[in-house]
Design a protein around this ligand. Structure first.
Ligand SMILES: [Zn+2]
Length: 401
């Protein structure tokens, strides 16, 4: 199985599936269909049914239970790699029995002093690139692990399993693909995204998120005769930022701590605009941060002219835990699977959003499982084959009776 998993993974990472920011279509790039079409054929060969590939490049398929189960479980991974760093012409490089030393690639060196976790991977099989591209283990490791699970059930028909549904989706890295997902048609009690992170990771808490736009109206008067009249919107913008809690800033926060992040600031004398994102795992604390921002606007409107500062806050997404805590079957099942395999789970909050968070909001509880790949989104990316195999075993265990 390990050889098969490696062979699959190497095959998938060589296919360019970079998504692209700012395109007015889904998928953002047609190349994502190249991998989807290959997977579609492989799913057919593995005996799955009800295989569909939509115009938006969402590939779904179904493996009927081989017993009288009525539980339907979903497994989801994304097809695309990040737009910001090349995923073209990936040249995977397999290192057997890794010696825990610096890894010299054609274009760079992966140093153990920069990435101390490498020491723990001694003796393992690692897959890197030549250092000029991403590897695309995010998320082709997830795809390979799911496909490997399906292959295992085909090769071991005596192992009883529940109804299995799989989905491979586009444009996760630009946050666009999952909106077209037909949760009803997928027909699962719950699902798992298998994406990024450590092999024993399970994540079911992410940020609550909103965004804020603060606009400031100034009074632009010739500086020579400005005394007592001018309102400089740019200066008021700086004052506005200074009224926000200093340490609620992503530079100073980690773990479950939230933040207000100033994404952009544009200003002249006559007008200024500040754009923020607000993030908190706890919805009540998110609302407190939002209140700080409104209070700062109110304060400045009292200090200067009424309507000098206006603020619009728009909710973006919610912490999936707010929904999952009402029905924890997906978590219990994953934790039990890890327990059976003697794996200590690592339960981590996600400092961002996931496709699973959106799916959970759309009615399909979808926590995330890690893949055994490291350093995603850059040329230092690598994957550990043995850990990928463990993830695939976890998936098999989750789907088994
Ligand atoms: Zn990913």
């Amino acid at each position: 199985m390990k050889d098969e998993l490696l062979e699959r993974f190497l095959r998938y990472v060589k296919i360019n599936t970079m998504s692209k920011e700012g395109e007015n279509k889904t998928p953002s790039t047609n190349e994502q269909f190249d991998l989807a079409n290959i997977l579609k054929q492989e799913l057919e060969d593995l005996g799955l049914t009800n295989i569909k590939l939509t115009d938006e490049c969402i590939l779904t398929a179904y493996l009927k239970s081989n017993t009288n189960s009525n539980l339907h479980i979903g497994f989801i991974a994304h097809l695309d790699t990040i737009p910001g760093f090349s995923g073209k012409n990936v040249k995977p490089n397999v290192i057997y029995n890794y010696d825990a030393k610096d890894i010299n690639l054609t274009h760079l060196t992966i140093k153990t002093k920069d990435f101390p976790f490498l020491k723990k991977l001694k003796g393992k099989t690692l897959i890197t690139t030549d250092g000029s591209t991403v590897l695309g283990g995010d998320d082709k490791a997830g795809i390979a692990e799911i496909m490997n699970m399906l292959s295992y059930f085909k090769q071991n028909p005596n192992i009883k399993h529940h109804h299995i549904h799989v989905a491979f989706t586009p444009d996760e890295e630009i946050g666009g693909g999952i909106a077209n997902f037909d949760v009803k048609d997928f027909n699962c009690a719950y699902a798992y995204t298998v994406d990024g992170g450590l092999y024993n990771e399970i994540c079911y808490s992410n940020f609550n998120a909103s965004s804020a736009v603060v606009t400031i109206k100034g009074l632009d008067i010739h500086p020579g005769s400005a005394k007592g009249h001018m309102l400089n919107a740019s200066l008021i913008a700086l004052e506005y930022q200074s009224l926000l809690p200093t340490f609620a800033n992503p530079m100073y926060t980690e773990g479950l701590e939230g933040f207000i992040h100033l994404c952009s600031i544009n200003g002249e004398v006559g007008q200024a605009k500040l754009e923020y994102i607000i993030r908190e795992h706890d919805i009540k604390k998110l609302h407190i941060l939002e209140k700080h921002m409104k209070d700062a606007a109110d304060f400045l409107n009292k200090k200067y002219l009424k309507d000098t500062v206006s603020i619009t806050i728009t909710p973006s997404y919610l912490n999936m835990y707010e929904i999952i805590k009402k029905d924890k079957r997906s978590i219990t099942r994953a934790l039990n699977a890890m327990k059976k395999l003697n794996i200590t789970p690592l339960i981590l909050p996600i400092r961002g959003g996931t496709d699973g968070a959106k799916l959970t909001q759309m009615g399909l509880n979808t926590p995330n499982l890690g893949t055994g790949s490291y350093n995603g989104h850059g040329p230092y990316e690598l994957a550990c084959l043995e850990e990928m195999q463990i993830v695939s075993n976890i998936l098999i265990q989750i789907a088994s009776i």
